[in-house]
Design a protein around this ligand. Structure first.
Ligand SMILES: [Zn+2]
Length: 335
């Protein structure tokens, strides 16, 4: 088969690779219905995160199970499954506390921008849908394998409560789905920070009540204006830079909650400053073991709308370029 490999900054190749095979009896092989490019893929693509030689890419996926190892009982060939970017047994203490992305048997997935994928810990990592879903649901189910779960965790970790005031920093797919999640959790007011017209529109569609285009100190001042000088109850940091983190912390009221789900790059916090802000911080790689599938299947949410570009998998390099240049929010790839 062919698969996606990053060779260096801006150098994505779709090239021959070995077909994946069962290597542990807890593995499954999945024929992918769709995969996509993640915002976090852009860090190494832009040369802002070093890679150790040619690196197979992709960690968001859904599709039909082809084959399973002998220890896999509940996931069966022919089922449609949604996976996660981190594998999990779903039985260890961390998993049982709901932190599957810190599973004691965790592996971070790679190689999903390909037609076939080996998934370790298949029974814990994969969630099967009842029956094979219709094609129009595939983008939303694909979103459940990372970006929706990450947006949901961002809202959850920021303690979004019915009636609360929420700020979302970052207008990428995760931020937009943080808006959707906050809306589902009953937030009273959702302020999306975005200066990109198309993304503002989708944020409003997902439930944003206000848009703030300013950033940094000006952005913080706007949030204070909008909240009678108090700050927000919950702030979702969905970028991962120092600027976005400081913007999030200083937009939060004392006693409020900041979640951070963007992989941090160059974020350093000043202890004294943090001390006097009185905010709760909770974040990390989201436990996205797909759990929002019912909401998708019954039509309550349509997170697949973040995919505003769909390409054949062999045009994956264009998917990276479009996201890098912010021409696309998120690129879906069809094998
Ligand atoms: Zn576990």
């Amino acid at each position: 088969m062919k698969g996606t490999v990053l060779y260096g900054p801006g150098d994505i190749r779709f090239e021959d690779r070995e077909d994946p095979k069962i290597s542990a009896q807890t593995d499954a092989i999945v024929r992918l219905s769709a995969t996509c490019v993640c915002g976090s893929d852009l860090w190494p693509y832009r040369g802002l995160q070093p890679i150790d030689g040619p690196t197979p890419m992709g960690h968001e996926y859904c599709g039909i199970v082809e084959e399973v190892g002998s220890a896999v009982k509940f996931i069966k060939p022919g089922q449609f499954v949604v996976g996660s970017f981190a594998t999990s047994d779903n039985t260890c203490p961390h998993c049982l506390y709901g932190y599957q992305s810190s599973c004691m048997h965790r592996e971070f997935m790679l190689r999903a921008q390909a037609p076939f994928l080996r998934v370790p810990q298949a029974e814990g990592t994969l969630v099967a849908t009842p029956g094979v879903p219709s094609k129009d649901l595939v983008p939303s189910l694909l979103a459940a394998s990372d970006v929706l779960g990450t947006g949901w965790f961002a809202a959850d970790a920021a303690n979004v409560k019915p009636g609360g005031t929420v700020v979302v920093v970052g207008d990428g797919a995760v931020g937009l789905l943080g808006v959707l999640s906050a809306k589902q959790m009953g937030a009273g007011r959702i302020i999306a920070m975005s200066r990109h017209e198309k993304r503002q529109k989708l944020a409003r569609e997902f439930g944003a009540t206000d848009i703030v285009t300013e950033r940094g100190d000006e952005g913080i001042a706007r949030i204070k204006d909008l909240t009678k000088g108090i700050g927000a109850d919950s702030v979702l940091e969905c970028v991962g830079t120092k600027e976005s983190m400081m913007q999030a912390i200083h937009s939060t009221r004392p006693g409020g909650y900041v979640s951070y789900v963007g992989v941090p790059h160059g974020v350093e916090l000043d202890g004294q400053q943090l001390f006097f802000t009185h905010v709760h911080l909770h974040g990390g790689p989201a436990p996205v073991r797909p759990k929002l599938i019912d909401l998708i299947l019954n039509g309550a949410i349509n997170p697949g709308k973040v995919f505003d570009l769909a390409l054949p998998l062999d045009q994956v390099a264009e998917g990276y370029r479009a996201m890098d240049e912010r021409r696309a929010i998120k690129a879906l790839l069809r094998p």
